[in-house]
Design a protein around this ligand. Structure first.
Ligand SMILES: O=P(O)(O)OC[C@H]1O[C@H](OP(=O)(O)O)[C@H](O)[C@@H]1O
Length: 317
């Protein structure tokens, strides 16, 4: 079955695993697009073969990175919409499902941005961690509303996604100060809002985001700086409603300690978790396309959105 998988899928899977394509929403978008391309190019002659091919493609995409729940949420959306008696009907349903998913994602990000922008006042300084398109949508909308926003950007070791955030903000003419992650507490005194994204939101309102978010949130709370998480409902983790926990990705040790530096030091253990969990009590608001929520209340919306969720995923069948 593997041989029928289109290069668009294998390339997307490689790019996601290597983080050439990264960020929870962008990963979901790329995965849906890849399924659409698989459907378009499929040479399957029977409905069974077509379905099996799409499921294999979805599985391949699913196995790339474990934490951002937007990825399985995207795959589930497209696979649940796969309908038809004959190959041509199935093909159209997958192509249209992928297009519709990507359109909804864009709308959600824009709606969320308008809501998040309302929390920002003219002249505010935000502090960011990592690079989040959902978080940046809030800034973009605030700028469009005529507000002046400045940013303190944490560089975000080890992969320095803060540079991507800084570049985007500078393209929008936002004044940017880049700091090392360890300087965050000092600069919270100059910060009006901590604004971060999320890779997954658990049913209890915990926020799973780039490693370092939880420490930032604890420090911000101690300093009295509000913490706003921009996360479209695509980031809600349905499995956490039934007691599953969110797997935290452990990445390559060489991202932290390259082999030559390691050889200098000697025999050490290196741990490189990509994400951490911020408990709901350190988060002031989760901003979604459906409105802003105190973290403890997201479970109500999750039940509404994922009421029919069961752990038996369509690509596992
Ligand atoms: O969906 P958007 O808001 O773009 O990004 C959400 C999150 O995805 C990123 O993870 P990584 O850099 O892929 O490990 C960051 O943790 C960021 O906050």
């Amino acid at each position: 079955m593997e041989r029928d998988i289109h290069p668009a899928v294998t390339d997307a899977a490689d790019d996601i695993a290597d983080m050439e394509v990264r960020g929870a929403a962008t990963i979901a978008d790329a995965a849906a697009a890849a399924l659409g391309e698989q459907a378009e190019a499929s040479e399957a002659e029977t409905p069974e073969a077509f379905r099996a091919e799409i499921r294999t493609a979805a599985r391949m995409l699913h196995e790339t990175r474990p934490t951002a729940v937007s990825l399985p949420n995207a795959l589930r959306y497209v696979l649940r919409g796969m309908n038809g008696e004959i190959v041509s009907e199935l093909r159209v349903s997958v192509i249209e499902g992928a297009v519709e998913f990507r359109r909804e994602l864009d709308h959600a990000q824009d709606n969320l941005g308008q809501i998040g922008a309302n929390r920002l006042r003219d002249g505010d300084t935000i502090m960011t961690h990592c690079h989040s398109t959902d978080a940046l949508s809030c800034v973009r909308n605030a700028l469009d509303d005529g507000k002046e926003i400045s940013a303190i950007v944490k560089e975000t070791r080890p992969r320095k996604q803060g540079h991507i955030t800084a570049k985007q903000l500078r393209e929008w003419d936002v004044p940017v100060t880049i700091i090392v992650d360890n300087a965050a507490r000092r600069y919270l005194d100059d910060t009006d809002h901590v604004l971060v994204g999320a890779d997954a939101i658990a049913a209890d309102g915990s926020v799973i985001n780039k490693i370092g978010t939880s420490g930032l949130a604890v420090n911000a709370r101690e300093r009295g700086v509000p913490i706003m998480v921009a996360a479209q409902t695509l980031k809600f983790h349905p499995g956490t409603m039934t007691g599953h926990t969110v797997e935290i990705e452990m990445r390559d040790e060489a991202e932290i300690l390259p082999d030559d530096e390691r050889a200098e030091i000697g025999d050490v253990t290196v741990e490189n978790p990509a994400f951490d969990v911020t408990p709901p009590r350190y988060v002031d608001a989760i901003v979604t396309e459906r409105g802003q929520f105190p973290p403890e209340s997201v479970v109500t919306l999750m039940r509404e959105l994922f009421g029919d969720y069961h752990a038996n995923e369509p690509w596992e069948r």
